[in-house]
Design a protein around this ligand. Structure first.
Ligand SMILES: O=C(O)CCC(=O)C(=O)O
Ligand SMILES: [Fe+2]
Length: 348
């Protein structure tokens, strides 16, 4: 069976065992990512929508003013303060969608993406996973376990959904050569927080690679890790707290310049009551992207992060985790693994 993708808590015993845990990303990769301001999406959206919808949705008003058709069976997720009670969920993502990127830090690489998803895409994803929420877990080599440090609920989104696959292809385009074509995504995961709920400091990658165990799957026995993470904010209703905080990420600029560029959205930790680093306030559709592991599989502990406690309202986010292969379980120091991959004709 596949190892379910959850996240692991930060375990001080596992930190910095690897002498190269602080690596530097080649500047060429940074330059490549900087240039990403993409025009994305290929679906023929309008055929799935009521005729009164405009072709592209940018604001909540667009949705509420045109929203008269079908209703959702999970209104609890979509009523209270949301400016509509019924809507037509998207079946694929918005064509020709544009987003913008700004670099928060080059080492480690952390990028803030504005409007990575549209509001309607965000709501449609919530709708898609609404019936699937269960208490959140973290993943360990012996399976998924609940932990006190992660008190949210979460929901895996079906990889068979055209909306999900379309958004994953947007994420793949963003990553460019950081994600080889043979690398898949694991199940994207919604996380939902109510007051007091949080996710303590952790990294999304594992200190040692995970082993895929899926009898009958030609990839079974393969080692993988999460080269990078996207965390996308999907809902921030009447929200106080719930910032995503990176204590070891030092923005390239000082606090007042940060404020000038981002207002109160991307702020020094001190502004939200924690010490140091940078914190991202949930804004619907915006995302944080960061690199966890280098091309050789060495993890970077500086990207440890937390979902700070929600004090009021509701926060829903989306984890997008690409996977990258790092040889085979029975390989010798990776070399045997690579040889085996060649023999099996699989791209590394
Ligand atoms: O909720 C957040 O802000 C971060 C969530 C997170 O890091 C995770 O689910 O791995
Ligand atoms: Fe995380």
């Amino acid at each position: 069976m596949d190892v379910k993708d959850e996240v692991r808590p930060r375990d001080p015993n596992t930190i910095n065992k690897n002498p190269r845990s602080h690596y530097r990303l080649p500047i060429s990769s940074v330059a490549l990512l900087v240039t990403v301001s993409a025009v994305l999406g290929t679906g023929v959206l309008n055929q799935f929508l009521p005729v009164q919808f405009p072709p592209i949705f940018n604001t909540w008003n667009d949705i509420s003013s045109t929203n008269t058709n079908s209703s959702t069976s999970h209104d609890n997720l979509l009523n209270d303060t949301t400016p509509f009670t019924t809507f037509t969920p998207l079946t694929t993502c918005t064509p020709n969608h544009t987003y913008t990127t700004t670099i928060i830090s080059t080492s480690p690489l952390v990028i803030y993406i504005t409007s990575f998803l549209t509001p309607l895409e965000s709501t449609s994803l919530i709708h898609l996973g609404a019936s699937l929420f269960t208490p959140s877990h973290i993943s360990t080599p012996s399976g998924n376990i609940p932990v006190h440090g992660r008190t949210s609920t979460s929901a895996g989104l079906p990889l068979t959904s055209p909306l999900v696959t379309c958004l994953l292809s947007r994420a793949r385009t963003f990553m460019g050569p950081l994600l080889p074509p043979s690398s898949p995504f694991s199940t994207p995961q919604l996380v939902r927080y109510h007051p007091t709920q949080k996710f303590d400091l952790h990294t999304d990658h594992w200190p040692t690679h995970q082993v895929l165990r899926a009898p009958g799957d030609p990839n079974s026995g393969r080692l993988y890790n999460r080269p990078a993470s996207f965390f996308v904010f999907l809902r921030a209703d009447a929200l106080e707290g719930g910032e995503t905080w990176f204590p070891d990420v030092r923005p390239l600029t000082n606090a007042s310049a940060l404020r000038e560029v981002y207002g109160d959205t991307v702020v020094p930790g001190e502004d939200v009551g924690v010490e140091g680093g940078v914190a991202f306030k949930p804004v619907v559709g915006n995302a944080v992207f960061w690199v966890n592991v280098d091309g050789e599989g060495v993890g970077d502990e500086r990207v440890r992060h937390a979902g700070l406690p929600v004090r009021r309202g509701e926060k829903i986010g989306l984890n997008i985790w690409p996977r990258r292969w790092f040889g085979w379980e029975d390989g010798e120091d990776g070399e045997g693994g690579r040889g085996k991959e060649r023999k099996r004709g699989v791209l590394v």
